[in-house]
Write a protein that binds this ligand. Structure first.
Ligand SMILES: NC(=O)c1ccc[n+]([C@@H]2O[C@H](COP(=O)([O-])OP(=O)(O)OC[C@H]3O[C@@H](n4cnc5c(N)ncnc54)[C@H](OP(=O)(O)O)[C@@H]3O)[C@@H](O)[C@H]2O)c1
Length: 250
């Protein structure tokens, strides 16, 4: 039988309740991870751009963990100024994160690179790379004085040696960028902090549907909720020993 909320909250994983910032919580992996972490008694700080979906998540979170002070805000990670304001609000609410999961991401419409619309290409780079760096620019300085904090940048197998995706050049470039970015920042963080790139595996989400278009077979892929049961303990158990690693969830 699947563990209930009470079972999870009383497990050893919540010995210390953590504050976890997740970008892209309106749907897919981010939303499932937010709910999974909340069932373990952790506090979620989340953002994405769809206020209606954020409101419905806030309601779900308050049912799962009525006593936690979850904070969800409508923020476009592409906008440096909005992310700066987000960090200020988080600080004012005394919710400086123990863990950041840079999950918000988009993929381009599939096509040969030279046929991809310029705005589509820019949107992928602006969201996946510059959006991630906007979060890091404003949140790492809040964490440094405490000399602790774990950063997880969601990558993909499209950012590793074996690129299986034709027609996804902007997306692949962005995820290779995430791998390089993570390894560089790993050298710059103080000793008490760590950053990793995490390939989440293949999960049945809106993004996957957009990739698979014609030959899509939903039943062969795991749900975001199933994925989150595997991802949450991996993320919660990361330590400074993992700094600079490229990890994969199978
Ligand atoms: N699904 C897979 O099999 C798979 C495999 C490898 C890697 N990944 C990676 O996993 C991450 C999550 O993907 P997913 O499959 O869950 O995709 P998804 O279902 O399309 O969800 C993407 C999330 O990112 C948010 N987002 C997009 N642009 C944003 C922006 N500018 N500002 C704030 N939030 C933004 C979306 O929210 P709004 O649109 O409401 O703002 C949504 O919550 C991505 O980084 C993706 O590259 C997924």
């Amino acid at each position: 039988m699947a563990p209930t909320t009470t079972d999870k909250a009383s497990s050893t994983m919540v010995a210390v309740s953590k504050k976890v910032l997740i970008t892209g919580v309106s749907r897919g992996l981010g939303r499932a991870l937010a709910l999974e972490l909340a069932t373990y008694g952790h506090t979620v700080i989340g953002c994405s751009r769809d206020q209606t979906k954020l409101d419905s998540l806030q309601l779900q979170l308050s049912k799962v963990s009525p006593n936690a002070n979850h904070l969800l805000l409508s923020i476009d990670v592409k906008c440096n100024r909005s992310v700066e304001e987000f960090a200020r609000t988080v600080m004012e609410n005394e919710l400086i994160p123990d863990i950041i999961v840079n999950n918000a991401g988009v993929a381009n419409k599939r096509s040969n690179m030279w046929e991809i619309d310029v705005q589509d290409f820019d949107n992928v780079i602006d969201t996946n790379i510059k959006g991630t760096t906007n979060i890091l620019r404003h949140f790492i300085p809040l964490m440094i004085p405490y000399n602790q904090g774990i950063i997880v940048n969601i990558s993909s197998d499209a950012g590793r040696d074996n690129i299986p995706y034709k027609s996804l050049a902007p997306y692949c470039a962005s995820k290779w960028g995430i791998e390089g970015l993570s390894k560089c920042i790993a050298q710059e963080l103080p000793k008490g902090m760590a950053i990793v790139a995490l390939d989440p595996g293949i999960i049945h989400t809106d993004m996957l549907k957009s990739w698979m278009a014609g030959d899509y077979l939903p039943s062969q892929y795991q749900t975001p909720e199933h994925w989150a049961t595997k991802a949450a303990p991996i993320i919660l158990n990361l330590t400074t020993n993992n700094n600079g690693a490229s990890l994969t969830i199978n």
